[in-house]
Ligand binder design. Sequence first.
Ligand SMILES: [Fe+2]
Length: 355
Amino acid sequence: MSVTDQERLASNLRPVAPPLVIEGVYTDDQHARLLGVAKQHGPWPTITAHHFRSVEELIATSSGMVPKDHGLTLDAIATANFRGFLAENSCLHYPEIHDCFYNAGFLERVKQYWGAQYAKPTMMLFNICGPHNSGLSPHLDAVTFRGVRIENTPVWMQNVMGKSGLFRDHIIKMAQIITWFWQGDEGTFTYWPDGPLGAPQRIGHPMFNKGVVVQNELMFHRGDPVGQPDERAITGLAHRSKLGYRAAADDWAITTDDTVVRTYEQRKIRFLVHWNAEVYMDLHEAKLVMDHTDDLTHERVVDTLLADMRAKGVTVAEPSDPFHDEDFIRALTSTYTIAPTQDWIERPAGVRHSG
Ligand SMILES: [Fe+2]
């Protein structure tokens, strides 16, 4: 890919405003109720099990290229980070956290972040893990478009659409408030607020009840590895493994087909709460989204992507099942590949990061 192509793709991948760090995001009582849901309603699947059916789909969502005949399996690259949905499509699943999801203070924050008049909460989830091995690969969260959203589209396709820059007019503006409850030494958050060709920033400790207002679907970011290197290994982890709380032992256990493969004490658990809202600059934009008068269709998305790839000289066949066709996914991933070019460099204490 030429330098100009890289710069054009990169220019699409910057948040509307620099992330805003906030302290003391939830009250102790809210935290207890959020964690209570995670304890009572598990066990929880891995993050990747929620979203990906093949290695191709997973890689299309991060930042790599997929070599054909890679020989990898989802089990081989399984990561012990688990996820539960608390609310989807603006519908809260657990009434005991009503005030956390339908949160007036959060709505004001995201409206200010965008300079928008209206907002509504759409989704809330948590990620939960103990020390485990994870990659250092930055990613984007699912981009939402009018008519093409997490409720009806695979995450990998939403991300390819975001990276391509071809559907910018249909992007639904969103912001997230991401909050960490984590007392370990590592597990920081690294992000690229100036685009993938710019320098990263990092949110560091203390990370207990610290949050950030962000637009993570258009900003590369990653959670850094959790736990000390010598406590991360897990034998027997699979794509289908689950993490659940065990009241009798007051600990958390990873199971694979009902066999316990790892346990964690509560103090070793990193709990991340992700709250998502859509924002609308004015009533006209709100109606455009809610009335579905200008929605994309999946057919139009596939046709647009095929036409753009062919215009760039890429040979690609019409996919029979565009959501899961591995050749189609590989062609898209290599055409619209973009990833951060600079990683975080530790500096001695007291030296400020610039850029
Ligand atoms: Fe993310």
